[in-house]
Write a protein of this length. Structure first.
Length: 298
């Protein structure tokens, strides 16, 4: 068992913000039943989880547990890359993409009880590098074009009050406008589309599925490209996503690749967080992170 676990939590994550003490108490109690008594470290600003994870490992932590949304997990993972110290997922955000992908559910106390049965496995992470050489890792996915623009325009106040509804509202607001086109190079071929997704997971938005062939246990992305500038076409695509048939639809390209290049400046998102408007290179980095994964995941 882990002797020096650390629990990093985001006090402003969707679920924690509304009932902080109760969620913390239940989660810590569940971890105790699983044989873990962590040192608890709250974040106090954007990016702080990266610093906390890096410092905790330097001080001897042998397990980092991240309690929050996918943004908190992303930050923690960026402080843990290539350390060999396992990351444990405790969902408390809006979408909880990684927790749902792993089958841990959406309740942090129940996920905590499952962690004792999880296996520490080395997995690849994605890395996004912009034209100026700045790079950052991501765990689940990176998106370019329409979905990143929606992430940029989500109202933080509405997100605090309604969760995922804020994303649907921002998406519906795009319908009067034609979708900006971008160019993506994959395996030497250039594709033109309005939305490009490079995903390491099947899950999208917490309860949808786009990249049905993706897996954390592989060393590549499933790259899904959506063509057309017509916003109504994307409403049709989302209908296909709901039916889990989107990859069979005309205008949707699906590729497996370890690298994709965004050739023109466009909106970018990583793990559901806005990442600016840039040209970028997306690539996988094998065995970059040690992650606690349930035995049934595959």
């Amino acid at each position: 068992m882990y002797r020096q676990p650390v629990l990093i939590y985001n006090p402003y994550a969707g679920k924690i913000r509304r009932n902080r003490e109760r969620i913390l108490q239940r989660t810590i109690a569940a971890l105790g039943r699983a044989g873990m008594t962590p040192r608890v470290l709250p974040t106090d600003a954007a990016g702080h989880a990266t610093e906390l994870a890096r410092n905790a490992i330097a001080e001897g932590a042998d397990l980092v547990l991240a309690l929050g949304g996918d943004g908190t997990l992303n930050e923690a993972a960026n402080g843990m890359a290539h350390s060999g110290v396992p990351l444990g997922v405790l969902p408390a955000g809006t979408a909880n993409v990684l927790a749902n992908e792993l089958g841990l559910g959406s309740r942090p106390d129940r996920a905590a009880e499952k962690l004792a049965k999880c296996e520490a496995k080395k997995v690849a992470m994605g890395r996004l590098t912009t034209a100026d050489g700045a790079s950052r890792y991501f765990l689940c996915m990176a998106g370019a074009g329409l979905d990143a623009k929606i992430v940029r325009e989500v109202s933080s106040g509405l997100k605090d009050r309604t969760g995922k509804v804020a994303y649907w509202a921002a998406g519906l607001a795009q319908f009067p406008h034609r979708v900006e086109q971008l160019e993506v190079r994959v395996k030497g071929k250039v594709y033109r589309c309005g939305f490009a997704l490079a995903s390491r997971v099947r899950n999208y938005g917490g309860d949808l599925e786009i990249a049905s062939g993706a897996s954390l246990l592989r060393d590549d992305f499933e790259v899904v490209l959506f063509e057309s500038a017509n916003p109504l076409r994307y409403a049709w695509y989302m209908f296909g996503v709901g039916l889990r048939r989107v990859q069979r639809m005309q205008g949707v390209q699906t590729l497996s690749a370890a690298c994709a290049e965004i050739l023109c400046g466009t909106d970018l998102q990583m793990d559901g967080e806005y990442a600016g408007r840039e040209t970028a290179r997306l690539e996988t980095v094998p065995q970059a992170l040690t992650l606690l994964i349930p035995p049934a995941y595959g």
